[in-house]
Design a protein around this ligand. Sequence first.
Ligand SMILES: Cc1cc2nc3c(=O)[nH]c(=O)nc-3n(C[C@H](O)[C@H](O)[C@H](O)COP(=O)(O)OP(=O)(O)OC[C@H]3O[C@@H](n4cnc5c(N)ncnc54)[C@H](O)[C@@H]3O)c2cc1C
Length: 433
Amino acid sequence: MRGGSVAVVGGSIAGSAFAGAAARLGAEQVVVLERSPGRLEDRGVGICIQNERFDELVRAGLIGDDVRRHRLTTRRWVTASPGERDPRGRELWHQPMPFHSHHWAVLWQALRERTPDTVEFRPGTTVTTVGGDQDGAWVSDTGGEGGGGGGSSAGGAGGAGERFDLVIGADGYRSAVRAAVCPEARPEYAGYVCWRGSYDAALLEDGLPDGGRGWPSDECTTVCYPGGQVVIYRIPGLHPGTTQVNWVFYAPTPEWLEPAGPTSIPAGSLTDQQLDELDRLADQLPPYWAAVVGLTPRERTLLQPLYDLAAPRLAAGRLLLGGDAATVVRPHNTSGAVKALQDAYAFEQAGREAARTGGSWSTLLSAYDRERTAAGRELVELGRKLGRAQVTTATDWPAMTEQSMSAWWQQQLIGGGGFGGQPLARSPKPPQA
Ligand SMILES: Cc1cc2nc3c(=O)[nH]c(=O)nc-3n(C[C@H](O)[C@H](O)[C@H](O)COP(=O)(O)OP(=O)(O)OC[C@H]3O[C@@H](n4cnc5c(N)ncnc54)[C@H](O)[C@@H]3O)c2cc1C
């Protein structure tokens, strides 16, 4: 098992973690093929990670405990109610929130720094096709910094690209590697979108009548409105000592969005007319939260349609899937980044076990597939359930009380699945025959 060559397609959260794991397993060559030409720092969005899940990842060596993050303790649910005087709306309920929030780029940078120097990153490389046989796998790409180029080595058995002993698909929800592992698995549109935005928290000072002081720093606020909800929390800024405001606004599909398989619209690409729709949505929020969303510079707002996907298998031949390429979970679970890191951990553990028992690549791949396919399916199911309860068939928020909110929340968690992700050590049940 030691030695060999590994290509990782995608250099984001899953890709960085898998590359590190492959290098630690002793692969002689580890190459990361990433479509984006630059570094990935500009993906300025927030990620929350539950404290216990984070601590497990630290103990497992996937991440350092010195990553800059922002402490959250409470999640407050509020809504606009007729006659309500408080501009922050009526509180429906609050619950403990033992999470920290992260800036995506700070988290990614920390993962990247832990990747051994022997790993070769090839930015600006888009993988177009992938294939494999029992002896290895190949990738064709558009070429990028440092090599590739759609066929730098001779392909075997139908492969016209560069050959590796193993190709890992960490290339997100529209994965090219997944098309080779299980072409029948397609992400399914959840039927609603999220608008997202972030900005320097210093803007609150002049932008809100109370300078933002009525919103405690460790509080995540979920603002419920008839079309869904907005989740608002602070995250670390890109530079030490700074903080940003981050929000995710779940909303019905805008009429102008392509109806079948809509794609994301990145920050800076939404038109003024499209952004006017967000203003109309925000008008339904209590005025304080409408103002918090309204402070977002227009060029810092993006739109993401939401998808569900649980690939029925995560390995075939010498191809393996991890992160969102394997499983796309609605963000209500706050588990996607954790799951991506846990996938890399499971891969590393399966590799160590295979090496200890004299196993082969196929032993590793089967063990990984068995464990992670089931884990992904549970998370996707929970995401669907939370999405239905909180957005598509959301309750009549103003009619809710503290007691009914608590019961409503518990109801969503029946059946498990892992809100905030599953414990690292837990082995999910194998799928039913
Ligand atoms: C609104 C929202 C909020 C979220 N909040 C949370 C949260 O609070 N907590 C949490 O844990 N998770 C959260 N998630 C989920 C989390 O962001 C993802 O699960 C996680 O970032 C997935 O990482 P990934 O590396 O698998 O995929 P991605 O980040 O999608 O990375 C895929 C990479 O592959 C590259 N790529 C794609 N195709 C190719 C190709 N053909 N060739 C080469 N490179 C390619 C892309 O450029 C990209 O860099 C949220 C998701 C959303 C949408």
